[in-house]
Structures are given as C-alpha cells and as structure tokens.
Unconditional design. Structure first.
Length: 365
C-alpha cells in the first residue's frame, strides 16, 4: 500500500509538471531580442487585417491619451535588418481601430482624424556619447586628423538649433582605469567643438589602451541616462560612439565582460565603432559596434569615415516618432484595439496596441 501511494504521488507530480509546461507554451514565443523587444510594448497585428509580412518594425516605446479625444503613440521604426528608418511623414501611416462591436478593424481616415507627426521633445531625450581613444599611438601620429574628423561628427550630428531633447558628451580613454570627461553633456555645438580643439598631445599620462574598460564605463553612463529619463517620465535613447586605432592593451577587463555589456544593454542604446589603421581587431569592433561599424585604412580617410558614421547616428535619432490622431471613439466605448501601419516604398510594417476612450468627446484638434 505504501508503495502504491508513493507511485500515485509521483504520477500526480509528473502530470502537474506536464500540465504547467503545456499551459505556458505561449511563453516560448518571444518577440523581444533585447529587453523591451522588437515591438516594444506593442503586439503583432490581428490576422483579420491580413497586412502581410512585416518588413518594417514599429517598436512602441510609450502611449497615452489626452482629452477630448487625442491618442498619442511614441515609437521607433527600423527595417527587418535593424536599420533605422528616418524621415517618415504622417501620410505614410494608416490607422485601424477595433471597438466592441467590430469583428475586425476599421480604417480611420488620416485627414478626418487630423493624423500628424508631432515634435517629440516633450517626451524624448536623445544622448550621444562620443568616446575617443587618446592613447599614445593616436596622439603621436593622427591627432590633427582625429580632431578634424570629430569636429565634423559634431557638426553633422548636433541639431542646427539647440534643443534640450538632444545632447552630446565627449569622453576619452588611454591606459588608465578612467573614462575621462572631455566635455559633459551639453546642447551646445560650440562648446563641443571648443573642447575638441583644445585637445593637446600631452593630455594623456598612460600610453596604453583600455578599450574594454571604456566600453564598460560608457555603457554604464548610457544606462544611467536612459534610466534617468524614465524617472523624469520621458523616453531616453543613447548612442555610444567609440573610436580606436588599436586593440585593448591594458587588459584591465576581460574581453567577454565588454561584449556582454553591449549585448545586455537596453534596447534604446545603440553602439557604433570607428576603427583606424591595421592594428585594430575588426571582428571585436564589429561586435562592440553592433548597430554599425566603419573602418578607415589610414588617417587621411578618418574624416570621411566619421562623416559616414554620423549619418547613421542621425538616422537612429530621427527614427523615433510621436504619432498623434483624433479618435472617433467616444466615452462609454471602453477599451479599443488600435493598429498602426506604415508604408515606405514597397515595404510595410504594423503594430497593435490598445487605448481607453473614457472621457472622449468631440472637439479634438
């Protein structure tokens, strides 16, 4: 009897494990690659719309409603390879709503709903961290070219008109266990250019190269900036741009620690690398610069390379959109499904979310 009771308990336990594993089968389907995920807080669009395969990805970062009837969705757009898609306009978006009485979604007229792409400065903070290798090899052979290239980068990336929503800081590293501040976060292009011009050949006291330490420390700063934005009820994004002409020589930190830092970073942190010369490890720099990497064969190509990268950084920053429209739903309709589709050329993508129309009335503009 005792053996039968033990057998029965064991069988019940095995059945419970089987039930739990089957009941959670949906958990095996994941849309997130890094933290918040490909779709952000959005979900795949209902099959009833039959919009086709997503070649563009809309990752919803935040959403909110404003009386009397405005729906605001903040998201970023990228292609299926992860490249940012900038320059989209309101007429490239289609809005679909599904209420309690709808079997599927209904198209909402973009003109009647006054759909628009609005300035996102109120809810978005973008930070760029330019991290320069000022080890002895750079200071002794390519400092002037680096200063010229860095100045071009600042001119290309910083907005023509200062805005609190877009800031840049410049850091530098050598062999010390420190990420030195050349210029703290600022909205001032002139301030950044002056800091670059002020770099002297004797700035460093350690001729070695602590590349991995710089990656780890810059990542920590970027994470703190994104977290600080959230605490201030805004969305934060950061671009870490690292230049080097060699490999890590200081060996203060393991290579894997730096790569893990990049891989595990918040999805709103982008990584770019610029390599110069024949002594770099291009494979490592490509892994660190997981968003985009470029390489210059010699110092004469450095400015062209920086300019190429600056375009990618700008595209990333400008791939965030605040899309707003006036919903026809009214108070009492409760929670409604919303799908947004974007079309660019022959590519399309869509994402689905929900909004609550409590208090909605006419008069939205």
């Amino acid at each position: 009897m005792k053996m039968q009771r033990l057998t029965r308990i064991l069988l019940q336990f095995l059945f419970l494990i089987l039930f739990i594993s089957c009941g959670n089968s949906d958990d095996d389907v994941r849309f997130d690659l890094n933290g918040q995920g490909d779709l952000g807080i959005g979900t795949p669009v209902d099959d009833c719309l039959d919009l086709g395969t997503n070649e563009l990805l809309l990752a919803i970062q935040d959403q909110y409603t404003t009386l009397p009837g405005k729906v605001s969705i903040f998201f970023r757009v990228s292609d299926d390879l992860g490249n940012p898609v900038a320059g989209l306009t309101a007429d490239q978006f289609t809005i679909y709503e599904q209420g309690r009485n709808d079997d599927c979604f209904n198209t909402i007229s973009a003109s009647e709903s006054q759909a628009r792409i609005s300035p996102n400065s109120q809810i978005f903070q973008n930070h760029t961290l330019l991290v320069l290798d000022l080890s002895n090899s750079v200071l002794s052979s390519s400092l002037n070219e680096l200063k010229s290239a860095s100045s071009s980068f600042v001119n290309n990336v910083m907005p023509a008109t200062e805005t609190e929503s877009f800031k840049m800081a410049i850091y530098w590293f050598d062999g010390e266990d420190v990420l030195h501040v050349l210029n703290p976060l600022t909205t001032s292009k002139a301030e950044l250019l002056a800091a670059i011009e002020g770099i002297q050949a004797d700035i460093s006291n350690d001729p070695s190269t602590d590349l991995y330490g710089a990656v780890i420390k810059a990542s920590d700063i970027a994470e703190d900036l994104v977290d600080e934005s959230l605490q201030n009820e805004t969305i934060g994004a950061a671009s870490v741009v690292i230049f080097t002409d060699g490999t890590d020589q200081a060996s203060r930190y393991p290579e894997q620690a730096a790569l893990d830092k990049v891989e595990d970073a918040d999805s709103n942190i982008s990584y770019f690398t610029i390599g110069l010369g024949a002594e770099i490890d291009s494979q490592i720099l490509e892994e660190i610069g997981k968003t985009f990497s470029v390489f210059a064969g010699n110092k004469e190509e450095l400015e062209t390379t920086f300019n190429q990268l600056s375009q990618k950084v700008s595209e990333r920053a400008n791939s965030y959109y605040l899309f707003e429209y006036c919903s026809p739903k009214r108070d009492g309709s409760g929670e409604n499904n919303l799908a947004i589709q974007v079309q660019s050329g022959n590519r399309q993508g869509a994402v689905q979310t929900k909004f609550n129309a409590t208090g909605f009335t006419g008069g939205c503009q």
